[in-house]
Design a protein around this ligand. Structure first.
Ligand SMILES: Nc1ncccc1[N+](=O)[O-]
Length: 238
């Protein structure tokens, strides 16, 4: 997968693209992420990317020309990207959307900033996406959240496929099961016996039960939703 990011603050992405699972996925060539400074697509001396809003009002709006120039330049060759715009009032990002986006060969993420982008930019956009009902200073952190959730789903990025298998829960939006590692007892708190039993079938059903119980407790609407869609098996419903 290739992702092109358009932003006025490219520096924000430096650590994100170098560290951890994402850093390895990029350095190993499994995925390609290019961050582009919208300012590089301006033509004036002062490299202006924003301007005051027509009709008055606070703050600045990202101008359309530099973003369109970047889009035209970056889509001259290769597959047309599926274009996301990160902004507070977009469609709520979730695991289902991450799975869907992870199947696209190429993405472009336009990071909103200031009071947002000129409305005409949305003629380039396939999906306006929000990571939550709160206002950040810009769409760069949301872009990193989306890339993190999407890139970890690309085959080969997460070394141990097992952790992806566990995601079969999160792909249905179920909350994860409790995790433990050595020591078997710590400050009087013991690891559940079943996890020390080596009995894989029992461990699997214990984990599934824990996940369903936690989801029912904290996010009952997810269980209701899965019931309605018929995505819970008979024994899961018991
Ligand atoms: N929540 C947000 N605030 C500002 C820009 C983008 C945002 N978002 O969620 O994509």
């Amino acid at each position: 997968m290739r992702i092109d990011v358009l932003t006025v603050l490219p520096g924000l992405f430096d650590c994100f693209l170098k560290e951890g699972v994402i850093g390895k996925a990029i350095s190993s060539g499994k995925v390609e992420v290019k961050v582009h400074n919208i300012r590089d697509f301006t033509t004036d001396k002062h490299r202006v990317v924003d301007d005051v809003p027509y009709g008055g009002g606070p703050g600045m709006v990202l101008k359309p020309e530099p973003i369109f120039r970047a889009y035209d330049e970056l889509t001259k060759e290769g597959e047309k990207p599926y274009v996301l715009l990160t902004e507070p009032w977009g469609e709520k990002f979730n695991q289902e959307m991450a799975v869907e986006l992870s199947k696209k060969p190429r993405l472009m993420i336009i990071c909103g900033r200031y009071e947002g982008v000129d409305e005409r930019v949305k003629s380039l956009v396939d999906r306006e996406v929000s990571i939550g009902d709160y206002v950040l200073t810009g769409g760069e952190l949301p872009a990193m959240v989306i890339m993190d959730a999407v890139l970890r789903l690309i085959p080969g990025v997460l070394g141990n496929l097992e952790s992806l298998r566990a995601d079969s829960f999160s792909d249905r939006g179920l909350l994860g099961y409790p995790n433990y590692t050595r020591p078997a007892e710590f400050r009087g708190m013991k690891v559940p016996e079943v996890l020390l039993s080596g009995h894989h079938k029992k461990i699997e059903s214990w984990r599934k039960e824990q996940s369903l119980r936690k989801t029912l407790e904290r996010r009952p609407e997810i269980i209701e939703n899965l019931k309605r869609k018929g995505l819970l098996t008979k024994e899961e419903l018991e």
